[in-house]
Design a protein around this ligand. Structure first.
Ligand code: ZN
Length: 230
């Protein structure tokens, strides 16, 4: 296989994966209208695949996805990329271990973001997935690198793959796009549960040593071997 043919193959695979994963945002109730987006780094390249801007989820297809370089410039595609493309590109440039990025305005995550309040780690499922609280990133204007800078500065050195950008919404990262979608689903799930717990009392914190043990077990020993734990 020539180099060009192999790039075409991985791009086609990423187009199909990113298109299909948007269906998960709908299935789990994380999006209204066209407000959330998924992207994937194309393995072995300096390219990313992202949702086109303003297209209904039902109308997304692999061929309607947009391929951009890691500065957010369109390389291949007939439609304009998501208005959040610069943010996704910034994350890929500055977090080389990240292979997927998701953004949603999911209801309960946004409720915490609107207050600028981290979701405290009060459930074992949170310790498993996030390794602690889900942190809040700064308020940032839309349209330049400010959101990307806020995501990277908040998540760098943090175990959480999710950040609540203040007054805005949820951004998640993962080793690939599917992992980032999973983090977005889990973030909304625990944001909802902890919100509900708050209604009748004060949720009990989990001691830090127990959070560490839970996180280590889930990240290193949980699930099927050697396939993905997801
Ligand atoms: Zn947004």
């Amino acid at each position: 296989m020539t180099v060009l043919a192999s790039v075409a193959t991985v791009v086609a695979s990423a187009r199909a994966e990113v298109s299909a994963l948007h269906g998960e945002l709908v299935r789990y109730g994380l999006v209204a209208w066209t407000s959330g987006n998924v992207s994937a780094r194309v393995p072995g390249t300096d390219l990313m695949v992202i949702k086109p801007s303003g297209v209904s989820y039902d109308d997304l297809t692999p061929s309607s996805m947009v391929v951009c370089d890691l500065d957010g410039t369109v390389v291949d595609g007939d439609l304009s990329p998501s208005s959040d493309t610069a943010t996704h590109a910034y994350v890929y440039r500055h977090m080389p271990q990240v292979g997927g990025v998701v953004h949603t305005h999911s209801t309960y995550g946004c409720a915490w973001a609107a207050r600028g309040e981290p979701v405290p780690c009060v459930l074992t499922a949170m310790a498993d997935e996030f390794g602690g609280e889900i942190p809040v990133g700064p308020f940032a204007p839309i349209g330049d690198d400010a959101i990307g800078r806020g995501i990277v500065s908040t998540l760098a050195g943090h175990r959480s793959p999710a950040v609540l950008m203040q007054n805005h919404g949820v951004f998640t990262i993962g080793k690939d796009a599917r992992a980032a979608v999973k983090a977005a689903v889990m973030c909304e799930d625990v944001a909802r549960t902890v919100h509900l717990a708050r209604q009748l009392g004060s949720p009990l914190p989990i001691p830090a040593a127990d959070i560490d043990r839970l996180y280590d077990r889930y990240q290193n020993a949980y699930g099927q071997r050697p396939a993905s734990r997801e």
